[in-house]
Design a binder for this molecule. Sequence first.
Ligand SMILES: [Mn+2]
Length: 369
Amino acid sequence: MVPGGLAPVKRRAPSLTLTAPDWYPVALMSNTPEQAPKPAWDAIARALDESHRFLLVTHVNPDGDGLGAELGLHGHLTARGKDVRVVNQDPLPERYAFLDPGGGFESYDAGRHDAMIADREVVILLDMSRWDRLGVLGDKLRTGDPTVICIDHHPYEGGGMAHLYGVDVTAAATGQLVYEFICRLGHDVDKRMALGLYVSILTDTGSFRFSNSSPRVHRAAAELLETGIAPHEIYEAVYGNFGPERLRLQGRVMDGMRITPDGRIIVLAVSRRDLEETGALAEDAEGFVDVARSVSGCKVVALLTEQKDGRIKVSMRSRGDVNVREAAMRLEGGGHVYAAGAVVDGPLGTAVERVTALFEGGDPGEGDD
Ligand SMILES: [Mn+2]
């Protein structure tokens, strides 16, 4: 059963991203390296009024929030008669195919898109604030002429990439910001837009269980449900369509987990061989972090995934009082206090030792905030 009577979901996996989900609390705003520009919602509203040709973009390895925000904003602008294209570097993950039965989400192809992109009046960047989060598409966009608007809830990292910012780190999801912005304009949200915006909120709040699950985001979710979308159907579409190979991979990875003697740090490792032998995708492992986080006394989960090129993607999540951003920075990575990552050299076993050692002999960054 699929929300809103949309096309059935073929399953495929979530994407592994280093920075999502974003469950840092408001109190951590002081950790942002640079103060974000004040949200310029009125100026953004004027840019929307005055322009006709829009391009919506979200980050590489697009997640439920970025895609849902695109769907919501696409619906809004389309309803106003605008010419709207949605182009991301990466294709729509099959897991989120139900958001786009009509093929409106395109993946960037220079030959197919460059002329169209050059002709856009406004580019809206969703759920990211750094050009490198856009991959090759970022290289293309950063040299263009159009007005660049950034709508995001990540800590601002500087760089002045956009002309207009709607950055609000107190929002649980970019889709929440898009929803509140559309309401502010006095426009309606239809069922299809609501589907996208609800998926944004659902995925970035960890199904309303992360610390960002505020009254404000629950209100937005409640209002979206008033359009008639069904939460259980959406939950099933997002989280109930994995294949058995994911479960096989989970069994292997959990069986091989590393846990420090004090039980505070759990390190999970996914090798290419694990993927080949189970038939799962690297992205299938993303949710394993949440499973490991459920262990009593566990403070940090690190998920190490061997990439095709032999390098190791490290994704770390803190359960509360350990600053994984600092740990990630020691690996020349970065991220949030509670969710951070890096890419390090292989082989996998060496990387596991290295990451484990980061947290031994005193937890890096603990008690920082
Ligand atoms: Mn987000």
